[in-house]
Design a protein around this ligand. Structure first.
Ligand SMILES: NC(=O)c1ccc[n+]([C@@H]2O[C@H](COP(=O)([O-])OP(=O)(O)OC[C@H]3O[C@@H](n4cnc5c(N)ncnc54)[C@H](OP(=O)(O)O)[C@@H]3O)[C@@H](O)[C@H]2O)c1
Length: 280
């Protein structure tokens, strides 16, 4: 990826980090974030946590830690290994990016409950656990916590009920800890992408990204765009971003409507997606 003008502007800011710990760098948004970070500073000590190894080069100081983050014990073991490595890192701040996550589309009554519970484990428990385990070191070195939520965090999401609720947790938790951390050397940012072209839809049970091209929910942002906006937000000391003007408009519109009304509209749109899937 060529270094864009935005990244050149952030070169100085990112030189404060010596370690990056990211979850879910094996595909999609996480993969784009890794490429973007390494294009700014290729010498960073990078730790990627996901089940599969990213196909991209992780930099000369990059290591892949194969781990299923739904497994609390495996997460604990991985953090122990990472901590050992961090102690050997050159002096500098830590950038922790909690990005791994998945959704599961359908009526709650028809979905497999083990998958819903795994989603809570990955989208919520692993985020809190990983952050809590690394925070003492980050309070010492300084650092930034980036949590990837979604625009689904701003209202109930029928047919993606558990997913939307996990992202609402991530958004509120992230904002709250950013205040708890005020006055320390650590800060938190929550990133809220809208539909983005990645494996997310396939993993959630869609054959293709189901939204109509050009529609309000069409996945017209690329992972590279979300990554670029995320790094800009880190450099600008933001605490919350919604990616893209269209998504910002959706969030603004939703905030002005009674929640029960937005819930009904959401159900109408998301149920329709389901019908469109069945027509195929
Ligand atoms: N794409 C969208 O439209 C969209 C919109 C809003 C928010 N988001 C959020 O953005 C984040 C990244 O998603 P994406 O769009 O880039 O989708 P993606 O391409 O499916 O990436 C998901 C990542 O999560 C990792 N992951 C899944 N299960 C895991 C597990 N049990 N343990 C460890 N890692 C696991 C995957 O790695 P492995 O499979 O190798 O483990 C993969 O790297 C997610 O939190 C998602 O909720 C996506």
């Amino acid at each position: 990826m060529p270094i864009s003008k935005t990244y050149t502007r952030h070169l100085e800011y990112f030189s404060r980090f010596s370690v990056v710990i990211i979850t879910g760098g094996s595909s999609g948004i996480g993969c784009s974030i890794i490429k973007a970070i390494l294009s700014i500073n290729p010498d960073l000590m990078l730790c990627n946590l996901s089940r599969t190894r990213p196909e991209i080069f992780l930099g000369k100081n990059g290591i892949h830690y194969p781990v299923d983050l739904c497994d609390a014990k495996a997460l604990g073991e991985t953090v122990k290994a990472i901590k050992k490595r961090i102690y050997e890192a050159p002096k500098g701040e830590i950038l922790l990016i909690n990005n791994s996550g998945f959704g599961d589309y359908g009526k709650f009554s028809e979905l497999e409950s083990y998958k819903q519970l795994s989603m809570i484990d990955l989208n919520i428990r692993a985020v809190v656990d990983l952050t809590a385990r690394l925070l003492p070191k980050m309070l010492d070195t300084g650092g930034t916590i980036v949590n990837v939520a979604s625009i689904a965090a701003f209202q109930p999401t029928p047919f993606l009920a558990t997913y939307g609720a996990t992202k609402a947790f991530v958004r509120n938790w992230s904002l709250a800890i950013s205040e708890d951390l005020r006055g320390t050397k650590v800060r938190a940012l929550v990133v809220c992408p809208g539909p983005t072209r990645s494996n997310f839809f396939k993993a959630a049970g869609f054959k293709d990204p189901p939204m109509r091209k050009g529609g309000a929910l069409s996945p017209d942002m690329t992972c590279d765009e979300v990554a670029e906006q995320t790094l800009s937000a880190v450099a600008q000391n933001r605490t919350l971003i919604v990616n893209g003007w269209k998504n910002s408009c959706i969030v603004f519109f939703c905030s002005k409507m009674p929640l029960v009304v937005i819930n009904r509209i959401g159900a109408f749109i998301l149920r329709k997606m389901r019908l469109e899937q069945h027509k195929k």
